[in-house]
Ligand binder design. Structure first.
Ligand code: ADP
Length: 449
């Protein structure tokens, strides 16, 4: 099948740039879409063509499926890359794109739908032989059922939204007394955030690490994994710093997990990029969810494996074969990513506004994925991520030293950012030791919950 000539990028910010860069290197023309708030955004400036798709509110622009499809038709784009967030895990959108004769650069709609509901995702993984966090067999129908399951798996337990994402709709009950409240709050939050109050229960692990596996699959049953990312540094269940590989995983453990996952996805008939997320505790992996899209933290995998994951996504969507097998995937050194957001580094209050000066760090092993430029105004309407600073080093200590050095060089003047927090993390002996759990960062930033 021939490669695409023109791709529409249904996203904004750094990820729109990321996709544009892959397209340019492949000789593919790009179409940017943008809201009125983003008329002078970098992704619009760089793209070969651009179309305004609506007002600032995301539901009227970046989530407006009809406007995006019209933009593709007007410009003659043959494929749509959804990036992450927005419509990237919307199965209806993937279906609509294909119904209009365009290629969706992502998985098949039924797989997006299956993994979008965490209960059906866990069901599928159970059938495919992937280990799970112990919990309710499906949705919890009543508080009584929640009590029964909690008594069986033992407190502490976590009530989670079936449609959850971004750490919302998740509540811990440490004891039976806290269960009713957790049940009520999780359901209310889930209903408000996702329009769906279905919840399930998992054992709340007290000291896990978050370890996830990057996978690519083509349309011919070839599935390859690109190793793990350790995303244990989180605040409110949201990742702040990610690494490849994990400081605590051996090559043998990685291979074993990779084997389980690639076998499962082969059986499922999965296509394109995906990430399976696990909690790891006491040497055991337990699946929590699958993301059927490119992830924010994909660059750390690219740095250690030298693969361009977006290029691979585009090749797969155009019907090409992967053309290599697991033995061709090798890893060099260690990579770290810091998510730099437009937020106060202590209170995390949003800090949109004008960036007077932006200076990106450089040098050996440094990569900056950012849509910032001097004079740019960070709009208040969207995600607060303004830059991903990614470094690669021969080993973890070198990567940490390089990240600290790059953070010192970086200038984002005019708004508050989380650069000072990342500087403190890199300088911390516990972080440097590599011995921490998903709860470490919240204590570090002075939060107990
Ligand atoms: P979301 O889709 O909202 O991001 P996830 O299921 O991916 O939700 O979980 C996000 C984070 O919440 C995990 O990385 C982990 O830190 C924490 N978490 C999720 N499930 C559990 C669990 N059973 N025990 C302890 N922590 C958990």
């Amino acid at each position: 099948m021939a490669q695409f000539k023109k791709v529409l990028i249904a996203n904004r910010g750094e990820i729109a740039l990321r996709v544009h860069r892959a397209c340019q290197e492949m000789g593919i023309r790009t179409v940017a879409v943008h809201s009125t708030a983003d008329a002078s955004a970098m992704h619009v400036r760089l793209a070969d063509e651009s179309v305004c798709i609506g007002p600032p509110a995301a539901r009227d622009s970046y989530l407006n499926m009809a406007a995006i499809l019209s933009a593709a038709h007007i410009t003659g784009a043959e494929a749509i890359h959804p990036g992450y967030g927005f419509l990237s895990e919307n199965a209806d959108f993937a279906e609509m794109v294909e119904a209009h004769g365009l290629a969706f650069i992502g998985p098949r709609a039924p797989h997006i739908r299956m993994m979008g509901d965490k209960i059906s995702a866990k069901d599928a993984m159970r059938r495919l032989g992937v280990p799970l966090v112990p919990g309710s067999p499906g949705a919890l129908e009543s508080l009584e059922e929640a009590r029964e399951v909690a008594d069986r798996i033992m407190y502490p337990v976590l009530i989670k939204a079936a449609a959850g994402g971004g750490g919302r709709g998740m509540k811990v009950a440490h004891t039976a007394d806290e269960l009713e409240e957790a049940w009520r709050v999780a359901r209310t939050e889930a209903k408000a955030a996702f329009g769906n109050d279905a919840v399930y229960m998992e054992k709340y692990l007290d000291r896990p690490r978050h370890i996830e596996l990057q996978v690519l699959a083509d349309s011919y049953g070839n599935v390859v994994h690109f190793g793990e990312r350790d995303c244990s540094l989180q605040r409110r269940h949201q990742k702040l710093v990610e690494e490849a590989g994990s400081p605590i995983l051996s090559a043998a453990e990685r291979d074993a997990l990779g084997e389980t996952v690639t076998t499962a996805l082969k059986e499922l008939g999965y296509r394109n990029a995906g990430t399976l997320e696990f909690l790891w505790q006491d040497g055991q992996f337990a699946f929590i969810e699958m993301n059927t899209r490119l992830q924010v933290e994909h660059p750390v995998t690219e740095m250690v494996s030298s693969v361009d994951l977006v290029r691979e996504q585009i090749r797969i969507a155009a019907g090409e074969e992967l053309g290599y097998d697991q033995s061709a995937v090798t890893f060099t050194g260690h990579a770290i990513e810091c998510r730099i957001t437009a937020e106060d580094p202590e209170t995390f209050a949003p800090s949109p506004g004008r960036v007077n000066t932006f200076h990106a760090p450089g040098g050996l092993g440094v990569r900056v994925d950012s849509a910032l430029y001097s004079g740019y105004s960070v709009p208040p309407h969207y995600d607060s991520l303004v830059a991903k600073l990614v470094v690669h080093g021969a080993d973890r200590p070198q990567a940490i030293a390089r990240m600290a050095r790059a953070l010192n060089e970086m200038v984002v003047d005019g708004i508050r950012t989380t650069i000072p927090l990342h500087q403190r993390i890199m300088a911390d002996p516990e972080f440097q030791s590599g011995e921490y759990t998903i709860h470490w960062l919240e204590r570090f930033v002075g939060m107990t919950k």
